[in-house]
Design a protein around this ligand. Structure first.
Ligand code: FES
Length: 150
């Protein structure tokens, strides 16, 4: 985003969003793909925005989680937060993360942006399920396209 446009965008967020949302929107953590990941999902939300999540799993724990989205700043904040929340959890614990947990961790979102958290939660859940499915049928991994650079 062009610096001037980004500055205005952030200024527009002040007062409407928590400091945590603004921080994660401005400085998103865990952006990008994971080569040879163990779990992957790309989901499209009700607004048409997309979020992808990549997971690295070691000894049943989420060793690394990354995301990419073409959505707005709020969606970026949700992707950043959900990947931070998932790291170091067991596969089973990560599967339990809900939109509400992301909203709480971000200090809330305006109602018209609550669906951004739902998109992030769905992307994480399906990436974890992808890991579970792939670990049951390891031969499937060779046929899956998980490493596209978003
Ligand atoms: Fe589309 Fe947030 S505005 S997911």
């Amino acid at each position: 985003m062009e610096e001037k446009v980004e500055k205005q965008y952030i200024l527009d967020m002040i007062g409407k969003y928590s400091d945590t949302v603004i921080d994660h929107a401005r400085n998103p953590r865990n952006v990008g793909n994971i080569p040879n990941c163990d779990g992957f999902s790309q989901e499209t939300g009700e607004c048409g925005d997309t979020m992808a999540i990549w997971l690295k799993v070691i000894d049943n724990k989420i060793n690394n989680a990354t995301f990419w989205t073409d959505g707005c700043g709020t969606t970026i904040a949700c992707g950043s937060m959900v990947t931070e929340m998932a790291k170091n959890l067991s596969v089973e614990e990560a599967l339990k993360i809900k939109a509400e947990d992301i909203l709480n961790a971000l200090g809330g979102l305006p109602e018209d942006h609550a669906h951004c958290a739902a998109l992030a939660a769905e992307a994480l859940r399906n990436a974890v399920k992808d890991y579970i499915d792939t670990s049951k049928f390891p031969w499937k991994k060779a046929y899956q396209k998980k490493n596209s650079t978003a």
